[in-house]
Design a protein around this ligand. Structure first.
Ligand code: FES
Length: 110
């Protein structure tokens, strides 16, 4: 089955080493991150610890530090760095011609 992609923002709308919050009608927002190298990742905008807004965290390397209690979450997996334990949902991202897309089915389901 071919994935359907939903455009969510322009690449330049996400600051380098920053994030952009994408609201959803049916559930919690998604945080779209851009690393210093320009890689783009998307996670549920909820820390696996107590639901902190990861989109307001500090991006470093391929991780984000949660703004509430500083857990480190891997951008490519959503996994908390040990000794902390937990995982937040990860979303597929596609960047094409400067436009960032998320998987429409994942946006509707997760
Ligand atoms: S809510 Fe993110 S570290 Fe506590």
């Amino acid at each position: 089955m071919t994935a359907a992609w939903t455009p969510v923002c322009r690449l330049e709308d996400i600051p380098l080493q920053g994030a952009r919050r994408v609201s959803r009608a049916g559930g919690p927002a998604v945080a779209v991150f851009r690393t210093a190298e320009g890689e783009v990742y998307a996670l549920l905008d909820q820390c696996p610890h107590k639901g902190g807004p990861l989109s307001q965290g500090i991006v470093f390397g391929r991780s984000v530090a949660c703004p509430l209690h500083n857990w480190t979450i891997a951008l490519d997996s959503g996994q908390a760095r040990a000794p902390d334990q937990g995982c937040t949902a990860r979303f597929a991202v596609r960047v094409e011609a400067g436009q960032v897309h998320l998987d429409a089915a994942e946006l509707a389901a997760k």
